[in-house]
Design a protein around this ligand. Structure first.
Ligand SMILES: NC(=O)c1ccc[n+]([C@@H]2O[C@H](COP(=O)([O-])OP(=O)(O)OC[C@H]3O[C@@H](n4cnc5c(N)ncnc54)[C@H](OP(=O)(O)O)[C@@H]3O)[C@@H](O)[C@H]2O)c1
Ligand SMILES: *[C@@H]1O[C@H](CO)[C@@H](O)[C@H](O)[C@H]1NC(C)=O
Ligand SMILES: *[C@@H]1O[C@H](CO)[C@@H](O)[C@H](O)[C@H]1NC(C)=O
Ligand SMILES: *[C@@H]1O[C@H](CO)[C@@H](O)[C@H](O)[C@H]1NC(C)=O
Ligand SMILES: *[C@@H]1O[C@H](CO)[C@@H](O)[C@H](O)[C@H]1NC(C)=O
Length: 286
């Protein structure tokens, strides 16, 4: 009995429990999803396994990542039902002749008959027309929620002129150093949930979040890491997150941001870091 208790303790200590938010009528999305894009695509199996085995339920993938097949594989290995996870995937663009084919490919690769949230990865092509195809799938219940990614304010405005369904989510680059403030504002005004990608700056890509002095002092005050502060700042501004880590320990630490609260003063200091990025362009294939 005692032995069992001791064996259970380390797991109990790192159990991941992520709250959800309503992104569309009747659709609850975890506020943090693990991402399997970018340079780490070769680790996709390990990333998903580590996440779902410690309780994570949101997964972010895309057709261009070429790794969607690991999702059903790892769910089967872990004995977790499809309906108990929230899968976000994407179609590459608004290029109309490829829209149906891309959606059908996502469904096949994920071995599922529905997708929780499907995003248009990039606003390239005829987005109003592409959106109407997504709306058809949404009406049929194949796509529970539909959204966009990398849309700036004017691209959102163009889409909204003809959209019958408001995008549930706009997934954009958003971290304490780097974001398009106008895209963020416009999305919020339209009640489009903003989902941050590269929320911890993608290992230095958006500048040095880990060793930033302002973030460090706030982290020390709350006895958390700079990663946790960077993530909490996003959540406390009512946005959701897709983040990436191969390591089960890092994943657990990053998910452990629901037992502390940043003060108004902390939030103001962090807001002022916008523009302090030393980063460059968006990484390839993410
Ligand atoms: N829609 C789009 O166009 C788009 C673009 C980019 C990304 N995304 C999505 O967003 C996801 C996340 O973004 P991202 O991968 O660019 O960047 P990110 O989540 O900001 O950064 C990931 C990096 O941070 C490190 N990290 C995370 N937590 C850590 C911790 N506690 N301690 C130390 N290191 C830590 C990870 O290393 P370790 O593995 O060593 O922990 C990894 O190298 C992607 O996987 C993808 O699904 C979408
Ligand atoms: C915004 O959208 C969410 C999800 O559909 C909904 O729960 C909420 O009531 C909406 N808020 C406003 C102000 O319309
Ligand atoms: C894949 O995961 C291993 C083990 O966590 C790590 O050492 C390696 O750096 C990761 N590869 C990439 C490309 O992130
Ligand atoms: C949005 O992006 C397009 C294409 O890059 C650009 O022409 C336009 O000026 C941008 N608009 C805003 C408001 O950023
Ligand atoms: C950078 O951060 C400082 C506060 O630490 C702030 O005063 C400044 O406006 C920020 N932006 C730029 C572009 O330097």
């Amino acid at each position: 009995m005692l032995l069992r208790l001791l064996l259970l303790l380390p797991w109990a200590a790192c159990e991941v429990k992520i709250p959800t938010v309503e992104i569309a009528k009747g659709v609850q999305m975890p506020v943090m999803s693990i991402g399997i894009g970018g340079l780490e695509r070769s680790n996709a199996s390990e990333i998903v396994a580590n996440w779902i085995n410690q309780g994570g339920r949101g997964i972010d993938t895309a057709l261009i990542y070429q790794d969607q097949q690991v999702v059903p594989e790892e769910l089967a290995k872990a004995g977790i039902d499809r309906k108990d996870v929230f899968i976000t995937t994407k179609i590459p663009s608004c290029i109309v002749p490829s829209v149906k084919f891309s959606i059908e490919s996502d469904l096949k690769l994920l071995k599922t008959d529905y997708i929780d949230l499907l995003l248009i990865h990039d606003p390239i092509g005829d987005c109003p027309k592409a959106w109407s195809i997504l709306e058809d799938y949404h009406r049929q219940g194949v796509l529970r929620a539909i959204g966009i990614s990398n849309f700036n304010a004017s691209q959102v405005d163009t889409l909204m002129k003809t959209a019958k369904v408001t995008p549930a989510v706009n997934q954009i680059e958003l971290n304490v150093l780097e974001y398009d403030a106008e895209a963020l504002e416009r999305s919020k005004q339209l009640n489009i949930t903003v989902e941050a990608y590269s929320p911890v700056g993608r290992s230095g890509h958006s500048g040095d979040i880990r060793d930033n002095q302002v973030i460090k002092s706030i982290a020390a005050k709350h006895s958390v890491s700079t990663y946790q502060v960077a993530l909490k700042w996003i959540l406390q501004h009512d946005n959701v997150i897709t983040f990436q880590s191969s390591s089960a320990e890092h994943q657990a630490q990053d998910a452990d941001v629901f037992r502390f609260q940043l003060t108004d003063e902390d939030m103001k200091a962090l807001d002022q870091l916008h523009g302090n990025s030393t980063g460059g362009v968006r990484p390839i294939l993410v």
